[in-house]
Ligand binder design. Structure first.
Ligand code: AMP
Ligand code: MG
Length: 487
């Protein structure tokens, strides 16, 4: 039974209050046998929620939506979106609920959101449920991203529901409780724009500015100022994905946040061998969301965002389009600057190195990594060891030894900083073969591999003895990796 709950933290519902047209009050399915599987104690503390409370029956009921905190009403959020380039006017939370928002002890407003809590009016043909493996997958990958310093939604807990989920096989059902600075997406603006309600659009602009870019309050053209801020946040985010070899896998406009946080860890994966054409998602047959396409897709999604704001940019459509084009024109420069700064750090180089020579060095390296099928993450970590030590461990990853030797000599001439490299090049990422191993064991009831993987990837730069297998590339026989949506 859904009951009211008084917890130490006061929940609000600013989204539903400001934007009722986009919030459908809804309840989670009943899960009488819900059981806590993993709790993020550090994040609970950050939110001001007592871990002991979250472990109690009332806490578990909160984490699966069966108890609702005082002061809030869970809602399914409405949004639209371009999926693989095709527009869907009505997507929305098909299997998720926004429980509400809370202001953490640092004064930051955070959404608490449940995924896998049952079908909502947006579920279409879906069952509204989620399986344990994919929810643990989102948990470990999002926490790894946070530890890597990449803006992301966070994972607070995974609860098994006690109900079965029917996919290719029968799987244990689960709810992920996730935390985000908001769940506003480009698709939220597409929904507001399509409604034709200019007041709704303007309220959404104000709500987004207040939550994410309060320094823009009072801007002469709030919509344009918001657009520019989101463009910067997205450019920087995608640059960071590229630098760590992250493939999001489903960069539909409904999965692009206004905050610039990574959201929706469905078919995502970290790239093993460097290849811009890397695709993991089973449904991305055209490679639209391939690793190397992500910056261009980010720009395309921002163009869709700009379209939703045209009437707010200027009354005259021609002028509005000119404004949008100029604003969008900033994306490539901001992306390239963020990526280049990050890549220089990966190579241990300072920003004042000769620009043409450094760009040539970077391009030659990427070509070598690609041609020699070199594991992306471990390459940079091992390269750091070649600043003062022998280049042997890193050069043997290449078939073309003469080419990598010549490249290392050129690179050393720049005087790379090994300490800087160790700070930015992770030793541990959620490698595909390790993630699969951990999730298979968890689905069979053994959570130890999951907890060990989590421990490795939440301290990604701190290399520890005894953890070598977490830093190693995938075994030869791991083969092609496939990921899935809607799991
Ligand atoms: P995604 O691209 O994975 O973020 O999901 C796209 C849309 O499908 C969203 O509207 C989701 O809420 C919805 N969806 C995905 N899986 C399910 C499911 N099992 N049941 C209902 N809706 C779902
Ligand atoms: Mg989504």
């Amino acid at each position: 039974m859904t009951g009211a709950l008084t917890s130490a933290v006061t929940f609000g519902n600013s989204f539903a209050r400001d934007l009722p047209e986009m919030a459908v009050p809804w309840q989670a399915e009943e899960f009488p046998d819900a059981r806590l599987i993993v709790l993020n104690e550090q994040l609970s503390g950050e939110l001001g929620l007592e871990p002991a409370f979250l472990r109690s029956p009332d806490g578990v009921a909160l984490l699966c939506g069966n108890a609702v905190p005082d002061g809030t009403t869970p809602v399914a959020q409405a949004y639209a979106g371009h999926q693989f380039g095709g527009y869907s006017p009505r997507l929305g939370d098909g299997r998720a609920l926004l429980l509400g928002d809370l202001t953490d002890p640092q004064g930051r407003m955070r959404d608490v959101h449940l995924k896998g809590s049952g079908a909502t009016p947006f579920a279409r043909a879906g069952d509204g449920l989620a399986a344990l493996g994919p929810m643990l997958r989102e948990y470990v990958i999002s926490e790894a991203m946070d530890a890597l310093g990449i803006p992301t939604t966070r994972s607070l807990a995974v609860v098994t529901t006690g109900a079965s989920v029917y996919r290719e096989t029968v799987l244990p059902g689960a709810v992920l409780a996730r935390v985000a600075s908001s769940h506003l997406r480009v698709g939220s603006f597409q929904y507001a724009a399509a409604s034709g309600n200019a007041d709704l659009r303007d309220r959404l602009v104000r709500h987004a500015i207040r939550r994410h870019y309060p320094h823009l309050e009072g801007a002469e053209n709030p919509a344009l100022a918001l657009f520019d801020a989101v463009l910067s946040a997205q450019a920087s985010l995608i640059a960071r994905w590229m630098l760590v070899g992250f493939v999001h896998g489903v960069m539909n406009t409904d999965n692009m946040t206004i905050s610039g946080e990574t959201i929706d860890y469905g078919p995502c994966a970290f790239m093993d061998a460097f290849d811009p054409a890397t695709v993991y998602s089973s449904i991305d047959v055209g490679g639209r969301y391939a690793y190397g396409n992500q910056p261009a897709i980010g720009e395309w999604n921002l163009a869709r965002f700009a379209e939703t704001l045209l009437p707010a940019f200027h009354d005259d459509r021609e002028q509005a389009i000119a404004i949008a084009q100029e604003a969008l024109g900033a994306f490539r420069g901001r992306y390239t600057e963020a990526w280049r700064t990050g890549f220089l750090a990966k190579l241990g180089l300072r920003d004042d190195a000769d620009e043409t020579a450094v760009d040539q060095l970077i391009n030659d390296l990427l070509a070598l990594l690609h041609a020699n099928h070199v594991d992306y993450t471990s390459f940079f970590r091992m390269l750091g060891g070649a600043v003062h030590g022998p280049s042997e461990p890193v050069r043997t990853r290449f078939l073309d030894l003469a080419a990598i030797d010549a490249w290392i000599e050129r690179w050393r001439a720049f005087g790379p900083d090994a300490e800087l490299m160790a700070r930015v090049n992770p030793a541990y990422i959620p490698r595909n073969h390790l993630v699969e191993e951990a999730l298979a064991a968890a689905t069979d009831g053994d959570l130890d591999p999951f907890h060990r993987l989590l421990e490795a990837v939440t301290q990604p730069f701190h290399e520890r003895s005894g953890w070598e297998r977490y830093a190693e590339q995938a075994p030869e026989d791991f083969g092609a990796y496939r990921t899935f949506c809607g799991t």
